[in-house]
Ligand binder design. Structure first.
Ligand code: GDP
Ligand code: MG
Length: 165
């Protein structure tokens, strides 16, 4: 099994922390390699019978000026060339501010996993509300409530990605 897993979402929701957790989690049984590029950072996780290439993106931005425009190209490309899309949100941000981008995600061919991150900052009731909210918005997606810094629920995401590849 092998494939590309692309991580998208607004700035500051924890995309890079999640990728580090996913790449680092299996460190004892995998070979780990981080490669830094200007716009996308890749983490490669491989075992005897699988290879996953994670791609971290700079975050969704409204393309107000040239640099952001070029960064958004990377984010859009991330939707097209993914085998699995990780859409990251958190318990802090206003969840509905990316209507246009969510429409692209809905139309993508790759399976989508929504990660509601930073649940260590929230109550269980609030997390349940967010879960329902995202279920309505992206009905086809799997949804996980996680904490990247506490490494909570990272293992199940890894297992689900392997299933989807
Ligand atoms: P990115 O911009 O989406 O790549 O977000 P980062 O991975 O750089 O994280 C942004 C900030 O959120 C950093 O200060 C992280 O330490 C923090 N952060 C990430 N994940 C969590 C989490 O699960 N819980 C808490 N409390 N903070 C987190
Ligand atoms: Mg980042």
């Amino acid at each position: 099994k092998s494939g590309f897993v692309n991580i998208v979402g607004n700035p500051n929701v924890g995309k890079s922390t999640i990728m580090n957790a996913l790449v680092g989690e299996r460190l004892s049984i995998i070979t780990k390699k981080m490669q830094t590029t200007r716009h996308r950072i890749k983490g490669i996780v491989s075992g005897d019978d699988f290879q996953i290439v994670y791609s971290d993106t700079p975050g969704i931005l409204k393309p107000n000026y040239k640099l952001q425009e070029s960064m958004m190209k990377f984010v859009n490309t991330a939707l097209i060339d993914a085998d699995v899309i990780l859409y990251v949100t958190d318990v802090v941000e206003q969840p509905d501010k990316n209507a246009e981008y969510l429409e692209k995600i809905r139309k993508s061919n790759a399976p989508v996993i929504v990660l509601i991150n930073k649940i260590d900052l929230s109550t269980q009731g609030d997390v349940m509300k967010l879960y329902e909210y995202w279920k309505d918005l992206l009905p086809a997606a799997d949804i996980y409530a996680i904490s990247a810094t506490e490494k909570f629920n990272i293992g199940p995401i890894f297992d689900r990605i392997l299933e989807l590849l």
